[in-house]
Design a protein around this ligand. Structure first.
Ligand SMILES: Nc1nc2c(c(=O)[nH]1)N[C@H]1C(S)=C(S)[C@@H](COP(=O)(O)OP(=O)(O)OC[C@H]3O[C@@H](n4cnc5c(=O)[nH]c(N)nc54)[C@H](O)[C@@H]3O)O[C@H]1N2
Ligand SMILES: Nc1nc2c(c(=O)[nH]1)N[C@H]1C(S)=C(S)[C@@H](COP(=O)(O)OP(=O)(O)OC[C@H]3O[C@@H](n4cnc5c(=O)[nH]c(N)nc54)[C@H](O)[C@@H]3O)O[C@H]1N2
Ligand SMILES: [Mo]
Length: 715
């Protein structure tokens, strides 16, 4: 990266990088709009009586916030404090220290964006094999994307390069299930252009095709799974022609795709928001996984595999049945479902949440039903937001703390999800922190110090340890003492200052590295690290990242977490739900006849990371995409304005007539409707969504399937 006076002049990929090998997406190349945005925060802010914010010193802010959190804890209990966020897209290092603050406060309720997209999938993963899957599109003979547009949203290494390679290779095929003819669908051999919200029928028909054509991998099922009989029996009776009609895809096309998948030597599958934020999402996650499981596409190159973790960010534990305090909603992967957060606050239930700590997230903008989220934040006793910018959420905080940007501090992502070679990258800062800002690890450390939870005496044995070995021993001691819950903080205070190049924030990785080496000793050794200490050293000394674990394909079985080491194919509750597909289900109505996909990824969307609208070279207003047929019927023209109305609200949106859309389906982009220097650009999708419109199992929102009415405002 070429910097000049803190400006990012030129950004290039790192050819030596372990994961990307120099590949970048267009978002990365325009990061100066994030780094040097005009609304960067440079001082802690406190809300005054009149609602305005005033600048205060860090010392005052830390002392007062620690005091307010203590008050909430003492009055109601730590359980009434909800932590939201903990690391934005690909930046999780700071969030690792939040655990210490929470444990110090006796708090444990957490939520983040995963609980509005992936928790249903995690729950299915946990039932089937108790692990997390890694597709391998680089080598797959057949690649399947369900409700995922990787041309725009990436989501696996070197996405566009790999998609083009697949397209060029006549021996490989691409299957896309998407109601929209996306850029990815343009490259597909099989585009199953479902009607929105009908994936369960399409996938069940595909699976039934595989079963009824005799393409099931019986040897794999017999050797490695349990429960297949119930699944196969049910699929044998599915009327494919009927289901094809329901999802609007030609029966022949479904059968030929089933044959292609069923006869390929390797198949990889990835689902994403198009189904995870649509009706029947948990069932659909299950069907997706059956597609590779019934065809034995596992534990081989080009198939789906399970992988190691440095820090397991996304695991559901089936032995625990955690429930939220007010609504009793299931907390998959220990997370409060995003959609129930307002219900857990806006009530007089004695166990309601009373305070929120929000870091690296903008829930007022990103969670369903923004008006209700604002109301919920305003109803809390105390809200603190840690962010780089004055966001829609920060405006509702009592205190706002300015964070150093992702390029001003040590950072790393814990989304290390690859197999057989899983990688990790600790990124050094590129420029000094903007004056007035602090990194999250430092912010959490100051808050914990202010809470007075740890004394100098507690830390003395760690400070005094002179050798690596003595430190490791002292740390093991600390981990079996009252300090255990505060381990990240303890490492930050003791090991942190000794780390080279000011990499104090990397201290928490010491523990992660040791745990990783203990959990996967052979795979870590194969990757070239003798033990946990060596792994930690490698992390610190590798500016382009390291290989964390190295396996053979057959080793993926080590990552199967079921007690008998088998994949448990039958999930009774979801098999029951599959049976309900025999009757039709429709979510639109006469009043709201359109399906609105509220929040689509396009070339110039990046969640709410880039607030400066000038980063968007095209589609600057974030148009409502609508089919030519619907536009004509409504008298809408390109550049005209439409009124979009849902049960929850109305917004005006610029119109783009787009023949990629099918009639009855309209889409708004994600991440628009941000205010920047008091100007608002585009439409905020969650002004239109309803927090009750959610999956009954996982609580995840149905943002891709919001019943809506469209009217002409101006032609
Ligand atoms: N450029 C860009 N890239 C991003 C992001 C960004 O903001 N901008 N955000 C990142 C994040 S946080 C995430 S989670 C990922 C998400 O990545 P994706 O899931 O790929 O993103 P979306 O465009 O939201 O939704 C994917 C597709 O779902 C389709 N869809 C809508 N309704 C249905 C349906 O009923 N059935 C099916 N099968 N498909 C449907 C849409 O047409 C769309 O093509 O992207 C990441 N990458
Ligand atoms: N209707 C609808 N809603 C959606 C979606 C949709 O498709 N439709 N998509 C959903 C999805 S998949 C996701 S992942 C969420 C994303 O929504 P959120 O999880 O709320 O996250 P982001 O929009 O990525 O914003 C992250 C915040 O972090 C701040 N930030 C950036 N860098 C730093 C830093 O270094 N430190 C700190 N402390 N803060 C920083 C940014 O300013 C921003 O406010 O949105 C969801 N909301
Ligand atoms: Mo996401």
């Amino acid at each position: 990266m070429l910097t000049e006076d803190r400006l990012f002049k030129r950004i290039r990929g790192d050819k030596d990088h372990v994961g990307s090998a120099g590949y970048t997406c267009n978002k990365a190349l325009r990061l100066d709009h994030y780094q040097n945005a005009a609304d960067r925060l440079t001082s802690p802010l406190r809300r005054k009586e009149n609602g305005e914010f005033e600048e205060i010193s860090w010392d005052t802010a830390i002392a007062e916030i620690a005091g307010r959190l203590t008050e909430v804890r003492d009055k109601y209990s730590g359980e009434s404090i909800l932590f939201y966020g903990g690391g934005g897209q690909g930046n999780h290092l700071g969030g690792a220290y939040s655990a210490s603050l929470l444990r110090g406060l006796g708090a444990w309720h957490r939520s983040n964006a995963l609980a509005q997209e992936k928790t249903g999938e995690f729950w299915v993963d946990a039932q089937l094999y108790n692990g997390h899957t890694a597709p391998d599109f680089e080598h797959a003979e057949v690649s399947v994307f369900v409700g995922k547009n990787p041309w725009q949203s990436h989501g696996f290494p070197r996405a566009r390069v790999v998609l083009k390679e697949i397209e060029r290779d006549p021996a490989r095929s691409l299957v896309v299930i998407d109601p929209v003819r996306t850029e990815t669908a343009d490259l597909a051999d099989f585009h199953l252009q479902v009607k929105p919200g009908t994936d369960a029928w399409c996938l069940t028909a595909l699976l039934a095709g595989i079963v009824q054509e005799g393409l099931v991998d019986q040897a794999f099922l017999a050797e490695h799974t349990t429960g297949s009989a119930a699944v196969l029996e049910q699929l044998a009776h599915v009327k494919i022609a009927d289901y094809a009609l329901r999802c609007g895809v030609d029966e022949e096309l479904i059968i030929s795709a089933a044959r292609r998948i069923g006869t390929a030597s390797s198949v990889s599958i990835l689902e994403d928001l198009g189904v995870q934020q649509a009706p029947q999402s948990t069932l659909v996650s299950y069907l997706d996984k059956l597609l590779w499981a019934l065809t034995g596409n596992f534990a081989k190159q080009g198939t789906v595999n399970l992988h190691s973790w440095l820090v397991p960010v996304a695991k559901h534990d089936t032995r625990r049945d955690l429930r939220t305090p007010v609504t009793g909603s299931a907390m998959f992967a220990n997370l409060v479902p995003c959609n129930v957060i307002p219900d857990e606050i806006l009530t007089d239930h004695p166990k309601r949440f009373r305070a929120m700590i929000i870091e690296s997230a903008n829930p007022v903008h990103s969670l369903a039903d923004s008006p209700r989220m604002r109301e919920a934040l305003d109803a809390l006793d105390f809200v603190v937001v840690i962010d780089v910018a004055m966001t829609e959420t920060a405006k509702h905080a009592d205190y706002v703390l300015p964070a150093a940007s992702q390029f001003e501090k040590w950072e790393a992502t814990f989304f290390n999800l690859e197999f057989p070679r899983n990688t990790f990258h600790l990124r050094p800062p590129v420029v000094d922190p903007l004056p007035g800002t602090l990194s999250e690890p430092e912010i959490y450390a100051r808050l914990i110090r202010a809470l007075g939870l740890v004394t100098a005496e507690d830390l003395a044995p760690l400070h005094e340890a002179e050798s690596q070995q003595a430190f490791a021993q002292a740390m093991m001691g600390a981990l079996s003492s009252k300090l255990a819950p505060l381990a990240p903080f303890v490492l930050y205070e003791t090991l942190g200052p000794k780390l080279p190049n000011g990499a104090r924030s990397a201290a928490v990785l010491w523990l992660a590295a040791h745990k990783c080496a203990m959990t996967y000793p052979e795979a870590v050794k194969r990757a070239g690290h003798a033990d946990g200490e060596a792994l930690f050293e490698a992390i610190l000394n590798s500016p382009s990242g390291i290989t964390l674990t190295l396996d053979d394909y057959a080793d993926t079985w080590r990552y199967v977490g079921t007690e008998d080491g088998r994949i448990h194919l039958a999930i009774p509750s979801l098999l029951d739900e599959m049976r309900t597909l025999d009757s039709a289900q429709v979510w639109t109505s006469d009043e709201f006849p359109f399906v609105l996909s509220a929040g689509e990824r396009r070339s110039f969307t990046a969640n709410t990371i880039m607030r400066d609208p000038t980063w968007r070279r095209r589609d600057t207003r974030g148009a409502l995409r609508i089919s030519p047929q619907d536009a004509e019927a409504l008298g809408l023209q390109d550049e005209g304005t439409a009124l979009v109305t849902t049960k929850r609200g109305s917004v005006a949106a610029a119109v783009e007539i787009n023949d990629r859309m099918q009639p009855g389906h309209v889409a708004l982009p994600n991440g628009l409707g941000l205010s920047y220097q008091s100007e608002l650009t585009g439409t905020a999708p969650n002004e239109l969504t309803d927090s009750n419109w959610r999956d009954p199992i996982a609580g995840t929102p149905w943002h891709k399937h919001v019943p809506a009415k469209i009217e002409r405002l101006t032609a």
